[in-house]
Design a protein around this ligand. Structure first.
Ligand SMILES: [Zn+2]
Length: 233
């Protein structure tokens, strides 16, 4: 069995292919931006799966209060449902990214479906936000060669992340804050959620509640929250 797999997958082996498909920063299928400089104090905030009325407005308020830039990887169908929130993200000066139209995992999908999920998501976010998304993040970071080919054709950079804190499991705002602080390193791209990719009514209020504390900790620990755009140049 192992021999058969090694034959199919060539020098990479099954483990290498699986890692390339499932790890958010794996470069097997093409370039991905997943962290900043490890020798500075810059960190980057990203929010996935919104916009949602239960968390996005409060998150935007906190970011405005603190003058902190962030990136929002929006699900196309949610941007269509809440164009006013998509526009609010863009007009606050945050980076607008797309995150497919329906939040399907892309790994096992063929080229036409991948192109449609990414393309329709991208266009829906653009229409709602009033600006062209400048980056794409794959649901769960899962990819395949068609994902990278589609993005290359669109001239759209792929973004991964360095630190996820499983805020989508709703472990409580204090625990989300604690995980963010304990995992933070220079150059970290932090993954948080302002929506739920599978449930339009999903509750991400714990993430919104944790954010002021996360920003406090970053300041106390000497980190500077920087715009992700500086890694995309
Ligand atoms: Zn997602």
């Amino acid at each position: 069995m192992i021999g058969a797999l090694a034959g199919v997958c060539g020098v990479l082996g099954a483990g290498g292919l699986a890692a390339g498909a499932l790890l958010p920063n794996a470069r097997l299928f093409g370039p991905v931006v997943g962290r900043g400089a490890p020798d500075g104090r810059s960190v980057y905030l990203t929010f996935d799966d919104g916009p949602s009325p239960r968390a996005t407005p409060s998150i935007l308020d906190t970011l405005a209060l603190e003058g902190a830039p962030a990136t929002f990887f929006m699900v196309g169908r949610y941007a269509e449902s809440h164009p006013e929130l998509a526009r609010a993200v863009a007009s606050a000066g945050h980076l607008v990214g797309s995150h497919t139209y329906t939040h399907r995992k892309l790994t096992l999908l063929g080229p036409a479906t991948v192109r449609r999920e990414i393309g329709e998501g991208h266009r829906a976010v653009a229409r709602a936000a009033g600006v062209e998304p400048e980056a794409f993040r794959a649901p769960h970071g899962h990819r395949n060669p068609f994902v990278d080919r589609t993005l290359r054709g669109m001239g759209c950079p792929l973004v991964g992340w360095t630190l996820g804190v499983w805020d989508s499991d709703r472990p409580g705002a204090d625990e989300i804050r604690r995980r963010a602080r304990s995992g933070m390193r220079p150059g970290t791209v932090l993954l948080l959620h302002d929506g739920d990719g599978y449930d339009p009514d999903g509750d991400r209020s714990q993430t919104a509640e944790a954010l002021p504390g996360i920003l406090d900790d970053l300041r106390r620990d000497g980190y500077a929250v920087r715009p992700l755009a500086e890694l995309l140049a």
